[in-house]
Write a protein that binds this ligand. Structure first.
Ligand code: GRG
Length: 285
């Protein structure tokens, strides 16, 4: 069980995003119905791990909540868009997510495609609105660039491009690279953006990036362990199918140890972030 502090972060994020989208409603019924569809997807039970980590690190290095919130919201918007598009018939073709009908099932494919586009668009607008009206412009622009680089071809989107290819013949390093792009890159964003906003030196940014990678890889490898039977049935190539159970567990252990060592480096070992990393490994959240 995570401490109540994580729930407080979740509540902050959810209030902020719901408020943001509700403010976008107008006197146009179709637009309002579309925003409700986006909110259906957003409010369908996500864990908010990525923005949660961002807020935890911000607290630890003393970033004001009002400065980090647009970035935390943008990150969760991009994550939500990726899940909506990933569920589409042309991608993973999933009817259910988080125990509820996916957006294209509840509404239709057109709404789901546009909802993903809209979330990606809004993620940049929410940050730009903040940048034009606040100080610390250069650090915020660096953070903005990092977010979009991470969600694009060199990050999540590129990982998805590789994943939808016929990937039967992938080597261990190729699958790990694909995981790093598709999953770990957004965890790097969670860790690195507070560092940019604080104006930390490059070597500390690099360490935060390593921390994000270790958390993200741990998260994805455990996801593979949990989905093992299902993936075997459909013959999906994963790290497990390439490395086998023992080596995958060893890899999880290595990444977990690495993230704990990095937490010690930063003096974050007795934090809610440390609890979160442990509970990811135990999958108790
Ligand atoms: C469509 C450009 C594009 C990319 C999609 C992230 C992704 C790429 C697809 C999602 C499918 C998937 C299994 C990704 C691996 C990462 C993962 C396990 C995502 C689910 O993250 P959680 O558990 O989701 O944090 P919740 O439901 O808690 O928000």
């Amino acid at each position: 069980m995570l401490s109540a502090k994580f729930d407080e972060y979740k509540i902050l994020i959810d209030e902020y995003i719901n408020n943001y989208f509700n403010m976008r409603k107008s006197d146009n019924k179709s637009i309002n119905a579309f925003i409700d569809a986006v909110l259906y997807s957003y409010n369908s039970g996500g864990k908010r791990i990525r923005p949660g980590i961002m807020l935890m690190i911000s607290d630890l290095i003393e970033i004001e909540i009002r400065d980090i919130m647009p970035f935390a919201a943008a990150l969760e918007m991009i994550h939500t868009y990726s899940l909506i598009h990933d569920d589409l018939p042309s991608m993973d073709d999933d009817d259910m997510r988080r125990g509820k009908p996916t957006l294209h099932i509840k509404y239709n494919e057109g709404v789901a495609v546009l909802a993903g586009d809209y979330l990606l668009n809004e993620a940049s607008e929410i940050i730009l609105d903040d940048i034009v009206s606040s100080a610390n412009t250069m650090n915020k622009l660096k953070a903005f660039k990092y977010l979009y680089n991470s969600s694009g071809l060199e990050g999540m989107l590129g990982g998805q491009v590789i994943d939808i290819e016929d990937n039967d013949s992938m080597s261990k390093s190729e699958v790990l690279r694909m995981y790093e792009q598709k999953t770990a890159q957004l965890f790097k964003v969670s860790c690195v953006i507070p560092g940019y906003l604080k104006g930390l030196e490059n070597y500390k940014i690099d360490k935060l990036e390593e921390l994000g990678k270790s958390i993200g890889m741990t998260f994805q490898l455990i996801d593979d362990l949990l989905d093992r039977e299902e993936d075997e049935e459909i013959g999906k190539t994963t790290v497990l199918s390439i490395l086998g159970l023992d080596e995958t567990k060893q890899l999880i252990d290595d990444y977990h140890r690495k993230s704990k060592a990095l937490l010690v480096d930063f003096g974050f070992e007795n934090s809610v972030l440390s609890e979160l990393i442990n509970s990811l490994v135990l999958r108790s959240i």
